[in-house]
Design a protein. Structure first.
Lengths: 74, 422
């Protein structure tokens, strides 16, 4: 087997391996998402308000971080 | 019963209580002393140098803050037998689960880098090269977990945590005026008036008191230790004693730097230790050893918090009671975090200052979510049963959580935009 053939074999083996590892990870993530699809906690008004607050809070933080990043780039 | 018999009975009961406590002590004591990590030690050092004894009263207020938050993790862990990462996935679904988990993994890894920065800076004072520090620390940390028993790991960690108390004898070395410490330190006031700088320091002190990794660590540790509902009072006592120690250590460090370096511009604990080395080698050595130990304690807790969270979410075996072949991914995560965080510190021209600032900002994105989830979970009767929060616990918990969210958010924003303080 010459050098070029060796490289092709290596790339094929690595490609298959990486592909298989990634696919297993994706399967695992899908499995976790399915397992926790339905939140166990009862969505009372208090819980809904708290979660809404967290979403708004995080969006604001992301906007601030984005603004900082933009001013740094400028 | 005569006096002798009563005394003997009470003495036996005290010794028995102490023995049970030492058997059950652990997560609360370790997490609280590890709370004074490299970042915390730097904050207290600079606070003392900047404001003298003026903010000791504020540090005392942090005792109930730390206790109220961490006590909830004890109950949640003992009742649900689940770590915080798994509890969030289960109760709030995969969106909030992934958000908390990815944020935790990132903030923990960045914080681990800052712990390594603290440890290498502390030992550099004794002319120990950073690479030696990182390699030896990583080996010791791996050996601590590889022995295969949670109990053994915990007792070794407590021994290391005890070194954190080094700041108490250090304070006696500087001979502070006790009357001045009491009169200036215990009366609530704002030294130099309430201004942007003082506000930044108040926020920084709050920020070091409650960190996201502490919530995840203690809950997972309670589960791995196998604590049950009946052990909750012991866990609470452990957390209370730990909170008292963490505040005590912070106060004594402020007394040291407030006595020796008051009015001197200090930027880090390592710099303070170097300065003290020239005037009092014993004192400088104490500060440097304390800083190294703080970084080490922080590192052992943070890397474990991440490994536990990975195990909980991905369903891998995740216990210190398991051998490597039984929980390979758990130990692989632990090793990966150590090697990569240590590696970053050794990189030439690594943006370490930027990383240190970035930690504070990223922590701010996770802390409110972790705290809000904690309160919501502790109020769920289906999950907590009779161990759910009482009205008083809710009033205290909610007030503290709201205050922490506001102050830590302002801290994160002022870290991003320091010009707002001027």
């Amino acid at each position: 087997m010459n050098g070029d053939e060796c490289m092709v074999t290596l790339e094929t083996v690595l490609g298959v391996r990486i592909g298989s590892v990634l696919s297993r990870w994706m399967d695992k993530i899908h499995e976790i998402n399915k397992k926790y699809e339905t939140p166990r906690i009862k969505m009372s008004p208090g819980v809904k308000i708290a979660l809404l607050f967290l979403r708004v809070y995080l969006i604001l933080l992301v906007v601030l971080l984005g603004y900082k990043f933009w001013t740094l780039l400028k | 019963m005569d006096f002798g018999s009563t005394f003997f009975y009470k003495y036996r009961r005290f010794i028995k209580t102490l023995k049970i406590y030492f058997l059950l002590a652990g997560p609360g004591l370790i997490v609280m002393l590890a709370d004074n990590d490299a970042g915390g030690i730097t904050t207290y050092t600079v606070t003392g140098a900047k404001f003298g004894y003026g903010l000791i009263w504020f540090l005392l207020l942090l005792l109930p803050v730390a206790y109220v938050v961490q006590e909830m993790t004890v109950r949640l862990g003992a009742v649900t037998k689940r770590g915080h990462a798994e509890a969030i996935f289960d109760a709030f679904g995969s969106f909030w689960g992934w958000f908390s988990f990815i944020d935790l993994a990132l903030v923990n890894w960045l914080t681990l880098i800052t712990e390594f920065i603290g440890m290498t800076a502390a030992l550099a004072i004794f002319s120990i090269p950073p690479v030696v520090t990182i390699v030896i620390v990583s080996i010791v940390m791996m050996l601590m977990v590889l022995q295969g028993k949670y109990w053994t790991w915990e007792k070794i960690a407590i021994l290391f945590a005890a070194v954190n108390i080094i700041y108490i004898p250090a304070a006696f070395l500087v001979h502070p005026s006790v009357s001045e410490v009491l009169s200036v330190g215990l009366i609530p006031h704002f030294p130099g008036g309430f201004n942007g700088t003082l506000f930044f320091f108040l926020m920084a002190n709050i920020g070091t008191t409650i960190a996201p990794w502490m919530i995840f660590f203690q809950q997972s540790a309670v589960v791995d230790k196998g604590m049950k509902e009946k052990d909750i009072p012991w866990g609470q006592m452990d957390t209370l004693i730990g909170s008292a120690f963490t505040v005590l250590v912070a106060i004594f460090l402020v007394v040291v730097t407030g006595t020796v370096l008051y009015g001197v511009e200090v930027e880090s604990a390592a710099q303070a230790a170097s300065m003290m080395m020239t005037t009092s080698p014993w004192l400088g050595t104490c500060i440097a050893i304390g800083l190294f130990n703080a970084g080490f304690l922080g590192a052992i807790c943070i890397s474990l918090a991440s490994s536990w969270a990975f195990g909980e979410v991905f369903g891998w075996a995740h216990s210190l009671n398991m051998k490597v072949r039984e929980a390979p991914w758990f130990y692989a995560c632990y090793l990966f975090a150590l090697v990569t965080a240590g590696g970053v510190v050794l990189l030439p021209n690594a943006p370490l200052v930027l990383i240190t600032l970035f930690v504070q900002v990223i922590a701010v994105t996770l802390l409110p979510a972790a705290l809000v989830f904690l309160i919501l979970l502790l109020n769920n009767e289906e999950i907590m049963g009779k161990y759910r929060n009482t009205t008083l616990q809710n009033i205290a918990g909610t007030a503290i959580v709201v205050a922490i969210i506001i102050l830590s958010t302002l801290y994160g924003i002022t870290t991003l935009f320091p010009e707002l303080l001027t």
